[in-house]
Design a protein around this ligand. Sequence first.
Ligand SMILES: CC(C)(COP(=O)(O)OP(=O)(O)OC[C@H]1O[C@@H](n2cnc3c(N)ncnc32)[C@H](O)[C@@H]1OP(=O)(O)O)[C@@H](O)C(=O)NCCC(=O)NCCS
Length: 259
Amino acid sequence: MDKYSEYRFDNIIQDPDRSFFHKYQDLVIGNRRIGFLFYFEVCTVLFNPIQGMLGLALRKLLFPPLFGRVGRRVVFGHHISIRSPGNIQIGNNTVIDDFTTLSVRGSTGQHIQLGDNVLIGRLTMLKTRGGSIEIADHVHVGPNCHLGTASTLLIGEYSLIGSNCFIGGLHHGYEDSDKPIMQQPLDNRGGVTIGKDVWLGAGVTVLDGVSIGDSAIIGASSVITRDIPAYSIAVGSPAKIIKQRSRPSDGAASTKTVD
Ligand SMILES: CC(C)(COP(=O)(O)OP(=O)(O)OC[C@H]1O[C@@H](n2cnc3c(N)ncnc32)[C@H](O)[C@@H]1OP(=O)(O)O)[C@@H](O)C(=O)NCCC(=O)NCCS
């Protein structure tokens, strides 16, 4: 057993003391209120699949009571998967595109918090298992990204995450060769912090435990295994710093090559 065992899907699904009904409530709904379950089912079965303007209008009207908080003019695309929506807060003018997943597992303060004017691209998955994801105002997350954490994943304002990025996730113990890796204790290395105005190119992987400083740029397909300081440009796997951006007081947007 490890400290994440209560959040592991297989532990919940194989729990002999929980009925099928309670497993569904614990994994999907996030609470055991029958009225909430009924409303959740009506919204997801009837309104989630509807495409076009009718679907957008119906979800705008009917989805907000499912969530912890929903600001003004939020757009919900079709076929969104939501898990424990009571632990999800969404700011004003934020767009949750089609086929996205917003999933919180855990009930003691774990949450997903999206600021104002955030875009979560189509097919992108935000997933916490006993942790929290906080995305500040004006952040754009491209399509088909996977953002996961068992501790914290923070993204500062005006950051741009290209398509197909993988950020965070968990570390699987592998010390015991007599046991399958999937049954060994999960661990996390402190979460991921991405500063303000950071640009991750397409297909970037950011491993758990890493910080990326404000205004840094990460080249396409790079793998970030160590902290990247503010205003650096890093590329490759593992990523190495190749340039520094000038700070605002140095003048506008020029770059200097690192020897
Ligand atoms: C990181 C990046 C911004 C750098 O752009 P730049 O400042 O114009 O840099 P350059 O093209 O001058 O490249 C500098 C060096 O880094 C290398 N390089 C650039 N990007 C790289 C990458 N992603 N991986 C590995 N090496 C890379 C170049 O080959 C070049 O090497 P060299 O000096 O040996 O020839 C750009 O290459 C990049 O990856 N952009 C992301 C694009 C993207 O993913 N867009 C869609 C998502 S929004």
